[in-house]
Each structure stands twice: as C-alpha cells, then as structure tokens.
Design a protein around this ligand. Sequence first.
Ligand SMILES: [Zn+2]
Length: 160
Amino acid sequence: MYCLKCGYNLFGLPRHVCPECGNAFNPDDDSTYQVSIKRRKYIPFWMPCVLAFYPLLPSVLVYATWLVAGYHLGREPKAMADDPNQLGGMVPIFYWAAVLSQIGLIIWAPLALVSYATYGLRGREDNRWIRVLMLLLVAAVTIGVLLSLIWSRIGYWFLD
Ligand SMILES: [Zn+2]
C-alpha cells in the first residue's frame, strides 16, 4: 500500500493521511492508494544543464576546423580562396562535423526551452526557477560566443 501521489509507504500508519504529502487514503478502497510502488518521476538537473552548453559544440568545431585547416596549409586560411572541402587531411571531417552541429541548433532551441520548462515544473530542487534563469543566461552566453565567432574572420572563412 503506497501513496497515490508520492509513493510513500503507507503500511501501519495510525492516521489515513500520507505523512509525506498529506494525501488522504482509505485502506478499504483500493482506488485511493497504489499496490505497487511508483514514485513520482523527477527531471534531473543535469538534463537542462547539458542542453544549456550545447552551442559551445559548434563553436569548438568551427574553431577546430580553422586550426586544422591552418595546420594543413601551413598558414592562415583565406576566405574565398581556401575551401575547407577542397583541403585534404582531416579538414573536411571537421568542417562537416561543424556544419552538422550547427544544423543541430534548429532542434536544440525548442528542445532546450521544453527541458527548462519541464525542469521548472517537475524538478526536485526548491530553487529550480532560479536555476532555469541561470541556464537561460548560460545559453545566451554560449550563443553569444558562437555568434561572435561567426562574425569574426574565422566565421567569414567558414561560411563563404
Ligand atoms: Zn504521499
């Protein structure tokens, strides 16, 4: 016999009220409690946390493509001249990984927002809306890092 709302063990209680969440139950009515334990599912904090940092991935990959291309050429890559797809070695692999991770941003944006809202509503911590605000800030900063990279000569070379 377990609480319908929170899964607390209700065996041998003097009063027919869950001490954990205050939900009332009737031992003679099996629709007011659950027979097997099924705890309320919480969204762990690391899920929205990982998502907040995702935009760093395309930033790192774009920068890595630039570095690898520079290493391959023996000089700084030039926009309009050095196409990453035409360069040999590892350059195209880094280039396409960077492109894919940028396409991933389209899926990331709604996924991140949904995970923040879900965590805010179904998280375990008391201060979770403050955490959600912090994660929005982290996401804004990581997006800012990506945009400043895109608007630099590295991004200009990458996107030309
Ligand atoms: Zn309960």
